[in-house]
Design a protein around this ligand. Sequence first.
Ligand code: FAD
Length: 532
Amino acid sequence: MNTTPTIAIVGSGPIGSAYARLLLEAVPDARAVMLEAGPQLTAIAGENVRNIPDPEEKERARERSQGPQAGSFRESLGIPSAVVVEGMFTARGGTHLLDFGGVGSAHAPTFPAAAASTNVGGMGAHWTCATPSPSFSERIPFIADAEWEELIAEASRLLHVQTAAFADSEIGSAIRSLLAEEFGGELPEGFGPSTLPVSGDPQPDGTMRWAGADVVLGPLLDPENPLAERFELRDLSLVRRVDHTDGRVTGVTVEDLRSHEVYPVEADLVVVAADAFRSPQLLWASGIRPRALGHYLTEHPVVISTVALDAASMGRFATEEQLDHELARRATNPVDPVAAVNRIPFSEPDHPFSLQVMYAENPPFQLDPGHPAAGNRWGYVNMGYGMRKRPRFDDAVTFDDDELDYRGFPNFTIAYGLTDAEQAEIAEATERLRRAGSALGTFVAEPRLLPNGSSLHYQGTMRLGAEDDGTSVADPYSRVWGYDNLVVGGNALIPTATTMNPTLMSVAIAVRGAREAARRLIAVPEAAGRTN
Ligand code: FAD
C-alpha cells in the first residue's frame, strides 16, 4: 500500500518552485520530484544569472537557456537538429523565440516576439525581479481582498520582495520628485511615483543579490535541512505526457534528454508549471483539452524609451556631491547596470497603466560617441508603460496534432490582435511617456511600441474561473476542471487584464493552489488520487 504521497512538478521556474516548497513544508511525509527540460546553469539551482560576476560565464549561462537557439551547446542539451534561421526578431538574453523560423518552429506571425527560457529556474533565472502587486480590476474578482492581501504577503516572503529597494539612492529620489511634479496632481492618493518593489536581498555594499527560483526553493536546496531529502530536481528531463485515466492523473512520462530514455514517474498529484505556451501544449498533447485551453491569451503591450537625465532638472532635487556618491557606489558593482527602480502604478479610473523607470549609468544600447547625450554624467533612464489587453477567446495558441514541433509535440500557432480599445490606451500611454521623458531630460530613444510578445508576460491561456462555463481551464484553486489532482500554475492562470509584471501575482495564486492541494493530500488522500 502506498503511504507516501508523491508529487511530480513540471517546470522549475518560480511557480513550480513555490509548489515544491509549500507542499513539502505542509505535507509531512510527501516527496516531490521536479522535472525540468533545460540544464542547470549555476552551482546553486535556479540562481538568477544576473548575479554571476564574470561576463563570459554570464553569457554562457544565457546561451545555455536558449533551447533550439542554443548555438554550440545544442547537442549537449539533447535537442534534435532543428535548423534555426535568422529571423526579424531577436530574443532577450536567456530566452529563445518560439517562432524561430527553422524546422519545427512554432507559427506566431501576429505575436512574433513570443519567447521562453529552457533552464533550471526558467525565466526566473533571467528576470528583472520587478514585483508589483495587482490592484483595482487587475485583481482576481472571486478572491476576497483580505485573503488576497495575505496571499501576496506570503508570495512576497517566498520571493524575498523588497518594497524599498534603492530607496536611499538620491538620484532615484530626484527622479521620483520630477515625476511627482509632472503627474502628481492627476493621480489618486497612494498611487503616485514610488519605488518599485523588487525581488532580492540587499547586500551590505548597497548592491542586490537578485532572486531566482533558488530563493523560492530555499530550504529544499539546503543539504542540512530535512526537507531537502524529500526533494529531487532532475534537469534535462522533458515531460512528454501527463498520464491519466478516468479523470484522475496517475503521473507523468519523462524523456531523459541525455540518454533519450523514456520512463514513467507515478504521482498522486501533478503540478504543471511549464509556462503559458508549453503548459497548454503539454496538456493538449496529453489529451486534456478544456475548451478555453490556450485561449484568452493576453500580455500587456509595452511602449518604451530611453532618456538622458538632464543636469539642470535633476540638479533641482540632487546635488553634484550626491551624484558623486551614487557613481562611487555604482563603481563597486559594474556588472549590474540597475541603480534604482521607480514606478507609477496602475490606478483606476484615470491611470490604467503601469510606468516602470529603471535608472542606469549607461543606455541599454551603444550610443554613438558623437551623440550630444553620450557619456551623460547624470546617467539615463529606461522607461516603459504597460497597458491593458482585454481577454478575448480568439486571441489564442492552438495546437496541430498533424504537425509536430522540434521536440515532437503538437506544433502551435499563435493568433493575436490589438483592438481599438487597446490602441486608444497605447496612444494615451505613449503621450504620457513623452511627458515623463521631457520632465526628466532628453530622449535618446523615442517612445515606441514593441512588437507583440515582447513583454515576456504571457497570460490567460490556462485561466482561472469561478465556474466551469467554458471560459476557464482551472478552478479557483488552480485544479484543471474535471481533474482533482492536476494543478496548473504560472502567468497563464491570470484571467484579468493587467498592466504589470505578473510573477508576484502568479506566486500568490500558487500559494492558494498549494494550500488546497496540501489540505487534500493530508485530509482526503483518496480524493487526491492516493491508494492508502
Ligand atoms: P518559467 O519561469 O517560464 O519556467 C517554466 C519552466 O518549465 C522552464 O524552465 C521550461 O524549460 C520548463 N518546461 C517547459 N516545458 C517543459 C516540459 N515539457 N518538461 C519539463 N520542463 C518544461 N516577471 C516579473 O514579474 N518581473 C520582472 O521584472 C520580469 N522580468 C523579466 C525579464 C526577463 C529577461 C525575462 C525572461 C522574464 C521576466 N519576467 C518578469 C517574467 C518572469 O520571469 C516569469 O513571470 C516567471 O519566470 C514565470 O515563472 P514560471 O515558473 O511560471 O515559468
